[in-house]
Ligand binder design. Structure first.
Ligand code: UDP
Length: 336
């Protein structure tokens, strides 16, 4: 099989590249490196792997046959998509159109990496795929949420109008090695703060909930969905729901950190609850997560420790200080 992964140098995309190479596939990894990085794929030395630097909002040309197109390109952290609002809208809208057009041209199966953000600040809990969501189109998160909602609509239009074989994965908060230190999302931020001995910045009163899925489980679920015949959207996530305060305390305990926890103002439109109902994935794909939060966090903390470990003393501080500057410039992580 020959597979194109857009966003292949990103956090999930790069893990998918390795997963598919291990299955014996040939992988074309495409990325414009806006939020992805060569570091994520530099270790892959395989004649079946090709990297193409390209922005998929422009016409996509890939020589030769393709059996699958997995469309994972997009900024995915609230910091990133608020720093790159137009690119986020473009990769979700014209970018998805181009990726679909390529799949049609090649007769390839297509999978869209969609998101739990299509449910917005949900009024139904846990979220089932039948729920249409509660999204503020003009709020700061609207650029991501609406781009992904458009991408789902465009995918279904290609399925219905052109008969393209399509899948839609609604991915809930995923974490693990290769998240960037300055990613801004809760888990990498808390781990970085805990390891540095800095206070963990919990937004709001920390009572908002999320349900975190380890990347290994997610990648397996994506491929099971691709192999299925399910063309409706499917939630992929771990239903183990935690408040952000519980998450922060857990990370302190697991990393053996003496950092404190401080409260910062809640960002605009931050969803109050989030938990996937994975009945559809369980029944139609036979998929469910196997890595619990404690185990996944331990593995992630270990990776972050090693990443900072090679760099000592003042250099470590420089590394972490640049993280702070990044968060401050975005105006997201440094409120209050
Ligand atoms: N959050 C937090 N402190 C941080 C970063 C994030 O309390 O330093 C909160 C954020 O307000 C949200 C939750 O953690 O309620 C998850 O945020 P994240 O950016 O990881 O993903 P989201 O689910 O909001 O896309």
């Amino acid at each position: 099989m020959r597979v194109l992964i857009t966003g292949g140098a990103g956090f999930i995309g790069s893990h998918l590249c390795e997963f598919l190479l291990a299955l014996g596939g040939e992988v074309v990894c495409m990325d414009n490196l806006l939020t992805g990085t060569i570091d994520n794929i530099a270790h892959i030395r395989d004649h079946r792997f090709t990297f193409v630097k390209h922005d998929v909002t422009n016409y996509i040309y890939v020589a030769g046959r393709l059996d699958y197109v997995l469309h994972f390109a997009s900024p995915a952290s609230p910091i990133d998509y608020q720093q790159h609002p137009i690119q986020t809208l473009k990769v979700g809208a014209p970018g998805t159109h181009k990726a679909l057009g390529l799949a049609k041209e090649k007769g390839a199966k297509f999978l869209l990496a969609s998101t739990s953000e299509v449910y917005g600040d949900p009024l139904v809990h846990p979220q089932r795929e039948e729920y249409w969501g509660n999204v503020n189109p003009v709020g700061p998160r609207g650029v991501y949420d609406e781009a992904k909602r458009f991408a789902e609509a465009m995918t279904m239009a290609y399925h219905r109008f052109h008969g393209l074989d399509t899948r839609i994965a609604r991915i809930f908060n995923t974490y693990g090695p290769r998240m960037r230190l300055h990613d801004g999302r809760a888990i990498p931020t808390f781990i970085t703060q805990a390891l540095r001995g800095d206070p963990l910045t919990v937004y709001g009163d920390g009572s908002q909930t999320r349900s975190f899925c380890f990347f290994d489980d997610l990648v397996a679920g994506v491929w099971q969905l691709m192999q299925s015949a399910v063309t409706e959207p499917v939630n992929l996530g771990n239903p183990e729901e935690k408040t952000l305060l519980e998450l922060a305390k857990k990370i302190l305990a697991l990393s053996d950190s003496s950092s404190s926890i401080i409260l910062k103002p809640l960002p605009i439109d931050d969803p109050k609850v989030r938990q996937p109902d994975i009945t559809r994935a369980r029944t139609l794909l036979g998929w469910e997560p196997t890595v619990d939060l404690d185990e996944g966090l331990c593995r992630t903390i270990e990776w972050f420790r090693q990443k900072a470990g090679g760099i000592r003393g003042s250099v470590t501080n420089m590394l972490f200080n640049s993280v702070d500057r990044e968060a401050t410039r975005s105006g997201y992580g440094a409120q209050g």
